[in-house]
Design a protein around this ligand. Structure first.
Ligand code: NDP
Length: 682
């Protein structure tokens, strides 16, 4: 790996590293003010990058299944883990402490691991993803509907904010790779050197196919001009830039999809039930202080508005101030420093201006925006600022409007739950809100009232505090984004994140056609009974549609009695003829549903040692028609889906099971889930 932070930052474009040959503009160390690199993209062919993504990256990624893409991601995450120390070292220059870097670097790599795991566990080993089940569109069942997701032949452009140079990139890259979408990363100039180092490592390791990842260090001017209807942009940054992008002609008229994560005036609410000596009071105060100081408050999810019951406002102000007074500001490399620097001197000016605006309707109760003591650093040359807590006057407008993107929060008093909810909504849409309460009624009222204004809500109390990931952490398995002012975008949320990069299409076709298109057996399509019991076939020789139809078996009253006695399930409908006769659904003794399923297993099983290793569950079990004594049942088992596991010598087989009675009526339907050896010889 070449040393990344000397001189001009490079872009990775169309298969090679590109270095602009002009002066570029300097990028300064946030802590010392010294120049650490230069950035420029003068002469970079953006059109060629986009073409490269579409013609080289997309086909290479899309030739792989979801599982194969997930395996690549896992390899990338493992490899990045081995280089963490280098990334941490660079991260100090962004003003981040080691704790801040953990959020960015470990958080980013953890997100890649999490998405890789989701891709393997929750997506098929195929290139098409099915959304929901089939919809019957005609009476006879010959015309069905199925929603599918497919990869697009376009490029995923990500334009990122300065505050999370690693996580911000990886949380978008991982789902894009799974979706088969080649990515162009455009990091924010101030911290691009850290993103460059991570991208350089991924490229050098050669774990992703060529074209799957490109990097643009420098100006994105003209990039959107190159995009068309199959391309998309995921933007994180200011509402101002978001507005410019929204008004780009290719977004307005050219079909380019744009997702936006922008400013957000997130709130945290202290429940009206919480007294000063309750555990929730401390949890609330700690949450606010953490969110103010981690990344020096430069987090899109940080708490900007602190909503408290009016009679506890002073107590909260005192408790937060007491904790803030203990926060040591300074060189993030120095021992004991809790809060580092803002990303740049310009950003500090922005924060000071925002505090000035807030002061129109709020007074400072802690901190001085123009003065701070620093450990092992020059407070003027580095972008240091004190944490600042304000307290708003009644009816203040600015705290709901002005985002100071630094260690700044404003206390706002509320009168009752409805008032708190109204204040929360005054943020006009937020990424996240939190509530400290131990009262379930308060929790329901606040959450249901505030949810339409939020992308995510944390309810914090003594029961979940130990495991809680806190107010400010976007989680790979949960949606990140928010309505209105927060941009209206949505990221993460498990497989949802992948689907954002894909196209959903409703397919209308016959069962056989749907089976062919989706690679999953569809009820009503052809079955294949070649005389060999499918339990004798290895994963390699099993085919979708392979089937076994059992002989019928009579279910006697003795069977039902025996099952009741044996299992202890003596529910009256199986044991008491008189009471059962009065049951409006059964009108007499019926077999247990689980007896039917157990007998069905006895009907379809092939008992000898063979490739089927285990039954690991049943999905979608429904009992449709009661089975009475002396009814007979038969079962048909059909291979529905075959999913080899990449790192094991077996895979999963999903079987469609239908149990019918002597009249051909379906009695029970379900999917049987088994593990089957990839190879088997008798
Ligand atoms: P900007 O909107 O200025 O920059 C964000 C990204 O957009 C950068 O990569 C920047 O590149 C790029 N960019 C700037 N102008 C254009 C353009 N005309 N076309 C395409 N891309 C462009 O935001 P800031 O850097 O000022 O970030 C600070 C603000 O962003 C915060 O105050 C906060 O409100 C918001 N933010 C929101 C987050 C969220 O997740 N919701 C997270 C972080 C920040 P370059 O650096 O080269 O100018």
């Amino acid at each position: 790996m070449e040393p990344p932070v000397t001189g001009m930052l490079e872009s990775y474009a169309a298969g090679r590293w590109f270095r602009a040959d002009d002066e570029g503009r300097p990028v300064l160390d946030a802590v010392t003010g010294e120049e650490i690199s230069r950035i420029s993209s003068t002469g970079l062919d953006l059109g060629a990058m986009v073409q490269h993504a579409r013609t080289v990256g997309a086909p290479a990624l899309q030739a792989l299944t979801f599982h194969e893409r997930a395996a690549l991601l896992k390899a990338v995450a493992k490899d990045l883990m081995t280089r963490k120390d280098e990334f941490y070292e660079l991260s100090y220059s962004t003003g981040a402490t080691a704790r801040d870097s953990a959020v960015d670097i470990d958080g980013g790599i953890g997100t890649v691991f999490s998405m890789a795991s989701k891709g393997t566990r929750e997506m098929p080993n195929d290139t098409v993803y099915l959304d929901g089940g089939t919809e019957r569109l005609g009476r006879a069942g010959t015309f069905l509907g199925q929603h599918i997701y497919t990869s697009r032949p376009g490029v995923a452009v990500q334009i990122n904010a300065f505050n999370f140079p690693v996580w911000g990139m990886l949380e978008k890259l991982a789902p894009a790779v799974l979706a088969g979408a080649p990515t162009i990363v455009k990091p924010a100039a101030q911290t691009a050197y850290l993103t460059e180092a991570v991208v350089r490592r991924i490229i050098d390791a050669g774990l992703l196919p060529e074209g799957a990842l490109q990097l643009l260090c420098g100006s994105p001017q003209g990039l959107l001009d190159e995009l068309t209807v199959q391309d998309q942009v995921a933007f994180t940054g200011s509402a101002h830039t978001a507005g410019l992008l929204r008004n780009h002609t290719n977004v307005l008229h050219g079909g380019v999809q744009l997702g936006v994560e922008a400013d957000s005036l997130n709130c945290s609410i202290l429940g009206p039930d919480v007294a000063v000596d309750d555990p929730e009071f401390d949890l609330f105060v700690m949450g606010v202080v953490t969110e103010m100081t981690v990344k020096a408050g430069q987090k899109c999810t940080a708490i900007r508005r602190v909503l408290v019951p009016r009679d506890r406002a002073d107590a909260v102000a005192e408790a937060i101030s007491a904790r803030l007074a203990k926060v040591t500001v300074g060189n993030p490399r120095a021992e004991g420093v809790r809060m580092g620097a803002l990303v740049s001197l310009d950003q500090r000016e922005e924060v000071r201006k925002a505090i000035q605006s807030l002061r129109a309707s709020a007074e400072i109760v802690f901190g001085n925006p123009d003065r701070v003591d620093t450990v092992d650093a020059d407070p003027e040359r580095g972008a240091f600022i004190s944490p600042v807590l304000l307290k708003a006057a009644d009816g203040a407008v600015e705290p709901h409007d002005v985002e100071a993107f630094g260690p700044v929060s404003t206390l706002i008093a509320y009168d009752d739950v409805d008032h708190a909810v109204r204040l929360a909504a005054q943020g006009k849409g937020s990424l996240v809100g939190s509530l400290a309460t131990h009262d379930p009624d308060v929790a329901r009222r606040v959450v249901l009232g505030a949810a339409p204004w939020h992308g995510r809500i944390l309810v914090l109390d003594r029961d979940d505090a130990a495991e809680s990931t806190g107010h400010g952490s976007p989680l790979p398995v949960l949606v990140h984004g928010g309505p209105g002012r927060a941009g209206g975008g949505e990221e993460l949320g498990g497989v949802r994140a992948v689907l954002h990069y894909m196209q959903r299409t409703a397919i209308q076709a016959s069962p056989d056609m749907l089976t062919a298109i989706t690679g999953r057996w569809t009820a009503g399509s052809a079955r294949n009974d070649d005389g060999v019991h499918p339990f004798r076939k290895s994963l390699a020789s099993l085919r979708i549609g392979d089937t076994i139809a059992s002989a019928p078996r009579t279910v006697t009253l003795a069977d039902i009695d025996h099952f009741a006695e044996f299992t202890g399930d003596t529910f009256y409908a199986h044991t008491d003829p008189e009471a059962a006769a009065k049951n409006p659904l059964f009108g007499g003794i019926v077999a247990h549903g689980y007896l039917v399923v157990s007998l069905a297993a006895g009907l379809f099983v092939e008992p000898n040692p063979g490739p089927v290793l285990a039954n690991f569950g049943v999905d979608n079990l429904r009992f449709l028609t009661p089975v009475k004594a002396d009814d007979s049942i038969a079962v048909t088992l059909t291979v529905k889906q075959i999913t080899p596991r990449t790192s094991a010598d077996y895979g999963e087989v999903r079987w469609d099971a239908v149990v019918v009675n002597q009249d051909g009526e379906p009695v029970a339907t379900y999917d049987v889930l088994t593990l089957v050896s990839k190879e088997w010889t008798d």
